[in-house]
Design a protein around this ligand. Structure first.
Ligand code: MG
Length: 254
């Protein structure tokens, strides 16, 4: 899926807006904040700019009912897609919290996630988050024309594998732009030189998820939240990236 110049300008502006909003939401994630308050705040910031949340009422393939929130908030052993709306859970010191947000700006979608620590977090959690960021950067470094989709996941896995953390392989990145989730699927354990060829103008969301323990995941009873199978913590970082003539450009930044 490639984009024309006019669409790229919209995606660039959407990515910039999304990064600003997520940064503001992340700063609100402090001890004592209710999970639902983060969703409300994200929705307020999105609508103030005249945009729309991408995830609200989005029905992923295989899900029984649409996603009921705008911001995914995934605390500790929750990996992704934690439901924030109406969620009275109060964040406490030492929690690590994944914040994942999709933005619809003028009909085109960008996607971004960060994980933040609440107050003082332990060293293991710090390492887990740092390693996830490093793995994302390694994936971005391989996101360039001429490479293949498998090169991205290979770089992510290769960076993280020595850490002893579990690399989630049942969930991964994806094409984004005209749809919230588009082809290709980007496995976080890709095979070098395999998969679709990357071309200038493609827009991809890269999103490694690392677990403190096992890579295995379970789907919670709410039908959306993925959790670690062993109850240990998980970290998630995501950027939307455009493939350019000279490599790639992170769109979700300001
Ligand atoms: Mg995504």
């Amino acid at each position: 899926m490639k984009y024309i110049q006019e669409e790229l300008e919209i995606l660039r502006e959407g990515g910039r807006r999304l990064a600003i909003i997520l940064d503001k939401v992340a700063k609100k994630a402090v001890e004592g904040t209710k999970v639902s308050e983060l969703n409300d705040y994200a929705e307020k910031l999105i609508s103030e700019e005249g945009d729309k949340p991408a995830f609200l009422n989005y029905k992923p393939y295989g899900a029984d009912f649409p996603y009921p929130a705008s911001l995914c908030v995934s605390v500790n052993d929750e990996i992704v897609h934690g439901i924030s709306s109406g969620n009275g859970r109060v964040l406490k010191e030492g929690d690590i919290v994944g914040l994942d947000l999709g933005l619809n700006h003028k009909g085109l979608f960008t996607d971004m996630a960060v994980t933040v620590g609440i107050g003082k977090i332990d060293e293991k959690a710090q390492q887990l988050m740092e390693m996830t960021k490093k793995a994302l950067q390694a994936g971005i470094d391989e996101t360039r024309a001429g490479n293949r989709v498998g090169d991205i996941g290979y770089a992510i896995f290769n960076t993280a594998k020595h850490s002893g953390f579990g690399v989630v392989d049942e969930l991964g990145g994806h094409g984004v732009g005209r749809k919230v989730h588009d082809e290709p699927f980007i496995s976080n354990i890709g095979r070098k030189g395999k998969g679709e060829k990357l071309e200038v103008g493609m827009v991809l969301a890269l999103e490694p998820m690392l677990n403190e323990g096992t890579k295995n995941i379970i789907l919670a009873e709410d039908g959306h939240t993925f959790k670690t199978a062993d109850g240990k913590r998980s970290s998630h970082f995501e950027h939307t990236v455009l493939i350019t003539e000279n490599g790639s450009e992170i769109l979700t930044k300001f």
